[in-house]
Design a protein around this ligand. Structure first.
Ligand SMILES: [Zn+2]
Length: 306
């Protein structure tokens, strides 16, 4: 049973990417037509398709596949998924669109940055240009009067979108609100290079102003107390920025900065052992997210020096 009802007309599909649970999920909003939020990676498309079958959703009734951004774990599977869905169009940020049409560069840079993890996610297939709707704002009809609203939330990537659904008052932030660990009920930063702290903080303010009751994390699952979680995430980002900024000015290594983050962030103290032994998070969470802050700090400090 990959799918689970998590709200009115709203379902989570566990993608079990690489055989790992609680790592990546897609969401399905079932109204007169259906909308999928996040295709997930190419390798997980069969799982998502069996989730649709389980929910009795006819493939021709899927109207949109909305992707928060084109990173392999979020939008990588869009091309493969569309081959099942004859009428669906992909909603994506205009800057993400070229990477869906021609994923070659995205794939080679993912292989460089993610190494073996990119093989677990799988190579993206191209999305036909005419099946893409590029947007930075606007809204799409759900069931009844309910809408799916598009919000541009840059910072994690230069082309990140979030989606607000008015059926249950919730936000799909993609990676703009961090990674949620349901086993621990905590969030950690998802901030690989080229991370932009200033843009990310502004994006979080946009999401807070929507006053969401729920957040639907792509990694992983539904969490309540949406506004408080977004505010807490801002505090956590400021703490990491302070440690990374201080570390960079003292020429500390990534390892030294990471150990200080683990020592000073109580969430990271809680998660450290779990992350270190995790097949994918040991690579992505502990390495790349800290590097994103280091690169950002270097850029800021570089700009300030004469
Ligand atoms: Zn992600």
């Amino acid at each position: 049973m990959p799918s689970k009802e998590i709200g009115k007309n709203l379902y989570l599909v566990e993608l079990e990417t690489g055989g790992l649970k609680n790592l990546i999920c897609s969401y399905v909003i079932k109204g007169d037509k259906a909308i999928i939020v996040e295709s997930g990676p190419t390798s997980s498309v069969p799982k998502l398709v069996s989730g649709l079958e389980e929910l009795n959703i006819k493939f021709e009734d899927v109207e949109y596949v909305a992707v928060t951004h084109v990173h392999l774990d979020h939008g990588g599977g869009a091309g493969t998924l569309l081959s099942y869905l004859p009428n669906a169009k992909v909603i994506v940020h205009p800057k993400g669109m070229p990477h869906l049409v021609n994923p070659d560069r995205l794939w080679s840079s993912a292989q460089e940055v993610l190494g073996f993890v990119s093989e677990i996610f799988g190579k993206p297939e191209s999305v036909p240009k005419e099946r893409i709707i590029p947007v930075t704002e606007g809204s799409f009809d759900l069931a009844g009067d309910a809408k799916l609203k598009v919000i541009e939330t840059l910072g994690h990537a230069s082309h990140s979108l979030s989606f607000f659904e008015s059926l249950n008052n919730g936000v799909f932030p993609g990676d703009a609100a961090g990674t949620y660990f349901p086993e621990f009920d905590v969030v950690m930063p998802t901030t690989p290079p080229p991370f932009r702290l200033d843009a990310e903080l502004a994006s979080l303010d946009k999401l807070i102003s929507l006053n969401p009751a729920n957040l639907y994390y792509s990694h992983f699952g539904k969490a309540s107390n949406g506004v408080q979680r977004l505010k807490d995430y801002k505090v956590q980002l400021h703490l990491w920025a302070k440690i990374a900024g201080d570390g960079v000015s003292r020429n500390q290594s990534l390892e030294e900065i990471r150990e200080r983050i683990i020592a000073e962030d109580k969430v990271m103290r809680q998660l450290a052992d779990y992350l270190k032994s995790h097949r994918i998070y040991s690579k992505t969470a502990l390495g790349n997210s800290v590097q994103g802050f280091i690169d950002y700090a270097k850029q800021i400090q570089g700009n300030k020096s004469p």
